[in-house]
Design a protein. Structure first.
Length: 132
């Protein structure tokens, strides 16, 4: 029957007795599957991790600018990695840096959740937040 219709005999379920087969145009079937996969990849939401760097001595106005940046990134659906850099003698004031980072993350108005807790690294602290 497959030869008469110039189609392919495709084995669907080979493990059962008798095996289940289907008469179809296999090239067309592969093309449709590839199109479906391409559409699914296009519909996937891509999130980026955007970075914001602060310092202990960053002024209030500059913190406000960084806060607006973070809110913009979160509203676009991106994750935000907030980093506070410690240089030289600033490394002696780690509790102050951690406190500054906590205050900054709490001041962000866009609903968010902490994806990665405050973590110490050699140059300071960082935290990753994501939109809710």
């Amino acid at each position: 029957m497959a030869r008469e219709g110039e189609l392919d005999l495709v084995e669907i379920v080979p493990n059962v007795r008798p095996p289940i087969v289907k008469i179809m145009d296999f090239g067309k079937y592969q093309y449709q599957k590839a199109k479906e996969e391409q559409q699914q990849r296009a519909k996937q939401k891509k999130t980026e991790v955007k970075g914001i760097r602060l310092g202990i001595r960053t002024d209030d106005h500059d913190l406000e600018v960084r806060k607006k940046q973070a809110e913009k990134f979160l509203s676009q659906g991106n994750k935000v990695k907030i980093e506070i850099r410690l240089r030289g003698r600033e490394k002696a004031h780690q509790p102050l840096a951690r406190e500054t980072l906590v205050k900054f993350t709490q001041s962000i108005a866009v609903p968010n959740e902490i994806e990665q807790e405050i973590k110490k690294f050699p140059g300071g602290f960082n935290v990753v937040i994501a939109p809710k």
